[in-house]
Design a protein around this ligand. Structure first.
Ligand SMILES: [Ca+2]
Ligand SMILES: [Ca+2]
Length: 255
């Protein structure tokens, strides 16, 4: 499976904050609707009901849905507002697309697996199922020209803040997304700007740079951070920061 591409907008510029809110939002239509009503399905859509309510549209070519397992190929999952359904074609669309996930026409026959559970998570208002899938798949996250917060899930993530030196992007390693089998993966920041952007660790037990750099499980060498799992010394996670030769205290935050 190739890594998912995730495209943020100003509405979703804090990726996890956005998904926590939107997936956690209640709806009068929790199980969603397949379009057309019989296989193969082109779409599954969920949410909406008012112009401000969030909705999701999963697009692809789905050959069956049985025992929680959706089969076929997945193209995109879009999040936004203004869900409407064309009365003649039955196609659902969003007036405002706030976040797009590109599955690259992935085959989703296996399962039920974490892909299926990610959709279940939308139904159950449970973002953690969604984050497990993002960890399994790996992501390429694409920020906006403004300030973004991009996140490391437990797979290998490539984080691109965009905006160059005209914005302030935060690249976040939140311990709630850490996994005892995978650590936080081997991640890359593709466009770090000293003095603007931050590498932010939350929930790892460090409240400042001196605590971080003196932890025997942490090493910072050149443009690479390595973290060794405290209970499994063979589990190493890394951050590689492209385009810079070294990292210093001012590049890190602990909030
Ligand atoms: Ca990661
Ligand atoms: Ca940005």
């Amino acid at each position: 499976m190739s890594a998912l591409d995730i495209y943020l907008t100003s509405a979703s510029s804090d990726l996890k904050g956005y998904l926590d809110g939107v997936i956690g939002e209640s709806t009068s239509n929790p199980y969603g609707i397949f379009n057309p009503a019989s296989t193969p399905y082109d779409q599954w859509y969920h949410g909406g009901g008012t112009s401000s309510a969030h909705a999701e549209i999963l697009s692809g070519n789905f050959t069956s849905y049985s025992g929680g397992n959706l089969t076929g190929t997945a193209d995109t999952l879009t999040f936004g507002t203004g869900l409407s359904v064309n009365s003649s074609t039955g196609n659902a669309s969003l007036a405002n697309t706030e976040l797009t996930i590109d599955y690259h026409h992935a085959n989703v026959d296996a399962g039920p697996n974490s892909f299926d559970y990610s959709i279940y998570g939308i139904i159950k208002q449970a973002p953690s199922y969604f984050y497990t899938y993002l960890g399994d798949a790996g992501t390429n996250q694409h920020g906006t020209s403004g300030d973004d917060t991009l996140y490391s899930f437990y797979g290998n993530d490539t984080l691109t803040g965009n905006g160059g030196s005209s914005d302030f992007d935060t690249f976040k390693w939140d311990h709630s997304l850490y996994d005892s089998t995978h650590g936080f993966g081997n991640d890359t920041i593709s466009d770090f700007v000293h003095g603007n952007d931050l590498i932010d660790f939350k929930g790892y037990g460090w409240s400042n740079y001196s605590q971080f750099i003196s932890d025997s499980h942490v090493s910072v060498a050149g443009n690479t951070v390595t973290y060794v799992d405290p209970t499994n010394s063979s589990l190493h996670s890394t951050i590689t920061v492209d385009g810079v030769s070294s990292l210093s205290a001012s590049d890190f935050a602990f909030v």
